[in-house]
Design a protein around this ligand. Structure first.
Ligand code: PLP
Length: 229
């Protein structure tokens, strides 16, 4: 089933790319395995998934241990609490959800201790919904000013979560806004030219995200089925 789902998702990504003249090779699937057992994650890896995303620290930890022998790049996509940063340094390929200066402080502290940089995306709340994590679009500049002298924070781009709505045009506007922020930052700040990556799109909106420039789509249910719990 997972294998078939991967084929379907890849086909949909390829078609979305074709509609806007993008190369499908630019888009990577991050398989979001929250609530999914380690065995089924292993199945997904066997079927070709190499990037696995978790949003809860404890679950990430358990699955990283269970699947230590497999070639997996782990992504942390959940709310980033400062006191968890210590463990993430050196263990995850990419943190998608950086949104606080207190987490940056911990990245600098533990990055220095372990002498390992932390690759991260800046999470921006483009939906305007109060409940969402991420910094506001108009805070991006001051945030980047604050982290200018960081030595261990390796900012590689931006992440967002689209609104939970059937209004496709609204979601598209949100993804466009994230891309616009990326374009503005990389053009205006020579030291941030490398902040190119866009992590956006989930099961219900990944085709829109791909059309709007996503490099990383975070997909759970379309891959593993509906979550029980
Ligand atoms: C759960 C989750 C996803 C995947 O959601 P699906 O709708 O199952 O594809 C993506 N990103 C984040 C941050 C998540 O928490």
């Amino acid at each position: 089933m997972i294998e078939q789902n991967i084929v379907t998702i890849k086909t949909r990504i390829t078609e979305a790319c074709r509609r806007v003249g993008r190369d499908p090779a630019e888009v990577r699937i991050v398989a979001v395995s929250k609530t999914v057992t380690a065995d089924r994650v292993a199945e997904a890896v066997q079927a070709g998934m190499s990037d696995i995303g978790e949003n809860r620290f404890q679950e990430l930890r358990v699955k990283m241990e269970a699947l230590a022998s497999l070639p997996v790049r782990w992504h942390f996509i959940g709310h980033l609490q400062s006191n968890k940063v210590k463990y993430l340094v050196g263990n995850v390929h990419l943190v998608h959800s950086l949104d606080s200066l207190s987490a940056v402080e911990q990245i600098e502290k533990w990055g220095r201790k372990k002498n390992i940089p932390v690759r991260a995306l800046l999470q921006v709340n483009v939906s305007g919904e109060q409940s969402k994590f991420g910094i506001e679009p108009d805070e991006v500049d001051s945030f980047l000013d604050e982290v200018r002298t960081c030595e261990y924070l390796d900012l590689a781009g931006f992440m967002t979560i689209g609104s939970f709505t059937d209004d496709e045009e609204r979601i598209r506007r949100e993804f466009r806004l994230l891309k616009h922020i990326r374009d503005t930052v990389t053009a205006a700040r020579p030291e941030r030219r490398a902040m190119t990556l866009l992590s956006m799109g989930m099961t219900d909106d990944f085709e829109i995200a791909v059309e709007e420039g996503a490099h990383l789509v975070r997909i759970g249910r379309a891959l593993f089925g509906e979550r029980v719990i």
